[in-house]
Design a protein around this ligand. Sequence first.
Ligand SMILES: [Zn+2]
Length: 281
Amino acid sequence: MTFLALDIGGTKLAVRAERAGQTWERIEPWPRAGVESDLALLRDVLAAVPSGVVRAGVSAAPTVARDGTVTAWPNRPSWYGVDLRRTIEEAIGAPVLFGDDGTLAAVAEAEASDCADLVYLGLGTGVGGGVVSDGRLIRGAGGTAGELGHLPMDPAGPPCRCGRNGCLQALLSPEALSRRTGLLQEKLATSGEVSVFVAEVLARVVVLLAELIQPSRIHLGGGFGVALPGLPALVEERSRAWGRLGHRLPVVATAVFGAHASLAGAMVLARTGGTGLRQSR
Ligand SMILES: [Zn+2]
């Protein structure tokens, strides 16, 4: 039995197959020259997947409706209306389950850390997140809880792609960080100054989450979150300045799966068939 995981992300397509302890993996940077060439790349990679796939789990940066079509991807409007489910199912001949990238990453991180109270924050082209509390994934009334990238942090802050100002991901977007520091975007991830600012912002999130749901661990992932020098220790240090006497703050650590937590979560989805996991809205 082969299980397949896909991470359809903002800057890369990652595909992993697992069968009896053996792993096959491909990671391809994208976007390329438009949606058609991206879909051609997806089909090419899937054509090379080992045979015998019984189910695929997909971590999707875009919003995928229940019928499998992309209904929102602010960074890639040309993907709207793409039938992602049919594209993948036709390529692999097996059913496909979709999940939110941050949510799946939280599930994978909680499972790997054997932790019942864990929050995942993925810092990449946007900010994704997921909340596992008391051993359960928090879904909320509408099924989309844990959108930590849209935590309202500063009404006077920069505009977010969602239409509001000052969301967490707007404060931490490459454009905003570049404006703030005067650094080119490709230099941001190696800058100590950027680490300190990001840590200041994340410390507020940590303290807020600590008061609200008392997680024992907060894991930082995503390409940017993993690359920033010394980020977890800085976030812990800044959080302590905000802590309350007698109240322990969560441990802040780099994600167990590094920048690949969403892919690991997609594999959990493929293996379990979605038991206990939130499906895409
Ligand atoms: Zn927003």
